[in-house]
Design a protein around this ligand. Structure first.
Ligand SMILES: [Fe+2]
Length: 186
């Protein structure tokens, strides 16, 4: 019993440790843009988590575009395509913001799996039905919003307006996706 109780906490600790390990030392030590190295590191760590969430959601949305079946096929196949195409473009902006802050951007499946708060899908032998897909994407978009809000506070406290702007615009979009997807289930 106590083992089960401890499980989520251990997972959370592991996640935090992974985040600290993945964003390494500064890659451009001479940067002086008016934000301290320590603040830039904190923002870069947060943006790395956000990038991992955004990438995982992008992949999930593209996966469902490929594998959706049923009477809703055409509507969802098209809707998912619009969303993953827009999300794909945004990933580049997030990664390049991390670089502009002087840190390396995570870019491997291993990094994303460690950093993301969104659970990856099972393999292709377990394709969910369309309603489960939509539910998964509602949860995924909501998770991206929670991470964006968290990082936004860090960026705002450090006076990092470009990161605040970018996160605000991503929040608007992911909240809209969550609403549109949620509406399919009502
Ligand atoms: Fe396609």
């Amino acid at each position: 019993m106590s083992k089960n109780k401890d499980k989520p906490k251990r997972k959370d600790d592991k996640h935090q440790k992974a985040v600290a390990e993945i964003v390494p030392s500064v890659t451009s030590p001479d940067i002086d843009i008016g934000i301290s190295t320590n603040d830039r590191r904190k923002i870069a760590q947060g943006l790395s988590r956000f990038l991992a969430d955004a990438y995982t959601l992008y992949l999930k949305t593209h996966n469902y575009h490929w594998n959706v079946t049923g009477t809703m096929f055409t509507a969802l196949h098209t809707m998912f395509e619009g969303q993953y195409t827009e999300q794909w473009q945004a990933l580049d902006e997030i990664a390049e913001r991390i670089r502009a802050l002087g840190f390396a951007a995570p870019g491997s499946y291993a990094d994303f799996a460690r950093l993301s708060s969104i659970r990856d899908d099972a393999d292709a032998s377990e394709v969910p039905d369309w309603k489960t897909m939509v539910q998964q994407l509602v949860s995924g978009n909501e998770a991206v919003c929670r991470t964006a809000r968290d990082v936004l506070k860090t960026a705002d406290n450090a006076g990092d307006d470009p990161s605040v702007d970018m996160l605000t615009s991503r929040l608007q979009i992911h909240e809209k996706y969550a609403w549109m997807l949620r509406s399919l289930l009502e």
